[in-house]
Write a protein that binds this ligand. Structure first.
Ligand code: ZN
Length: 449
């Protein structure tokens, strides 16, 4: 039985602990964050040294930052990394100089369309330094003043770190669940993904005896995914599909980005989940943008991966700014997303084909106490507890009329239709069909193929 209130509490805890840390594609902040995640579920840290060739890329030197600020000629700190780690451009080189406003200006980044937001900028592969600040503040700077800029940072050979965990049974399908952990203090992009991946892993470990295998990866975006693919080529080329978990904790509508195939099992599982929860999710067609689907679905690997989103990247105004914070993303929002991913996993795990053992004409349900209106035997099974819990907190799953549901199940239990196909065909929620299958199996009326 899943306690969704506990999940909400854990999500809140993780958000609070992880939000302040300055993460990047390498470095101490990244390792500290991964260490925190390991307190919540069993992941293994994997590391690749700087300079390692990974296909067309190389693991860069590790970047660590101790601080950074701009002072005006009165010695007042007007921009300070200690106040917000977005103030220093990611991977900035060390610098200590006195500059005129004109000399400083090319190194300042602001967002005129959102004057109270500090934008997020990085320069991983081109040596540079920079500061990010609110456009409102930039507009007020004295253009005749002299400014002292200081960044204390190191670029040195080190490691790229990531978390990996493979759970479930070998020999069956293997699914990929990946998210990226390289962004500093922003909540929807992508602490939301990191928290969901961690709690989903924890739930699967605690509550399921898995039929399939699941490969969880929490890694730096792009370079981390490329490095992992390069080091695990054979196994990754055999992946059946999966999820890239990103930007799923905002207050907006749920959405989902399709796999490049658009009709893969993963697409169907997400679409069915949205129907079962009665959610009118925004559908985003696949495009080679966004996150690590660009690597996983590249021609050499072609792993179909999709994302469930809530305020998807590019779509919300606070994207890649300091306003993507803990007032925008809440633990309550995240629990809804976790319920949806959990439902997708249950569907992958429970999708099976059933054959009626009484296929000639309809079975007489009343005689077996199974006719719902009189017998009432088709109550929610133990396996359906997740739904019951979900209805107390967060999202609600639909239920079809019990007579319709059992009639559809028996009609389609011809050994040809999987539970997912039955749900798609009949409109009866997947979970309800699964409960019916378990109940009828107990009464000797059907069996799994
Ligand atoms: Zn991003």
């Amino acid at each position: 039985m899943i306690d969704w209130e506990e999940q909400e509490q854990l999500a809140g805890e993780l958000l609070e602990r992880l939000f302040p840390i300055c993460r990047s594609i390498t470095g101490n902040g990244l390792r500290e964050s991964l260490g925190i995640l390991q307190e919540y579920s069993e992941f293994t840290q994997v590391e690749y040294p700087s300079g390692t060739q990974c296909f067309d890329w190389q693991i860069p030197d590790e970047w660590n930052i101790a601080g950074g600020w701009i002072k005006n000629s009165k010695g007042e700190k007007i921009v300070d990394f200690q106040e917000n780690n977005l103030h220093v451009m990611g991977y900035s080189e060390a610098v200590h100089r006195f500059l005129s406003f004109e000399q400083l200006k090319p190194h300042l980044h602001s967002l005129p369309s959102l004057p109270d937001a500090i934008p997020y900028r990085t320069s991983y592969y081109r040596k540079n330094w920079g500061f990010c600040l609110k456009d409102r503040q930039l507009a007020q700077l004295d253009q005749g003043d002299t400014y002292e800029v200081f960044i204390e940072a190191t670029h040195a050979p080190g490691r790229l770190n990531l978390l990996e965990s493979v759970i479930g049974s070998p020999g069956k399908s293997e699914y990929l669940i990946s998210t990226y952990c390289c962004h500093p203090s922003m909540a929807n992009d992508n602490l939301s993904g990191v928290v969901i991946a961690t709690l989903l892993h924890r739930l699967m470990q605690q509550h399921l005896k898995l039929q399939h295998r699941y490969r969880f990866l929490i890694l730096p975006e792009t370079i981390g995914a490329i490095a992992y693919l390069a080091h695990n080529q054979d196994i990754m080329r055999q992946s059946s599909g999966g999820f890239v978990i990103t930007t799923c904790g905002g207050p907006g509508s749920f959405g989902y980005k399709k796999t490049f195939q658009g009709t893969h099992l993963i697409d169907r599982v997400i679409q069915q989940t949205m129907r079962d929860f009665d959610l009118n999710a925004i559908e985003y067609p696949f495009a080679p943008d966004g996150s690590d689907e660009r690597q996983y679905s590249s021609p050499g690997f072609r792993i179909p991966v999709a994302s469930i989103t809530r305020d998807k990247y590019y779509e919300y105004p606070y994207y890649h700014t300091s306003l993507d914070d803990l007032s925008f993303v809440t633990a309550g929002n995240l629990v809804g997303t976790l319920q949806l991913y959990w439902a997708c996993i249950l569907m992958l795990e429970r999708n099976a084909t059933y054959r009626s053992l009484n296929p000639d004409g309809e079975a007489q349900l009343g005689r077996r106490g199974l006719y719902p209106q009189t017998g009432g035997a088709l109550k929610q099974s133990a396996a359906d507890q997740s739904t019951a819990a979900a209805s107390r907190k967060g999202l609600h799953q639909k239920q079809s009329d019990p007579v319709d549901a059992i009639t559809w199940f028996l009609f389609l239990a011809d050994g040809e239709h999987s539970l997912l196909e039955m749900a798609e065909r009949s409109g009866v929620p997947f979970d309800q069909l699964y409960s019916i299958a378990l109940e009828l199996e107990k009464h000797g009326l059907c069996r799994a193929n």
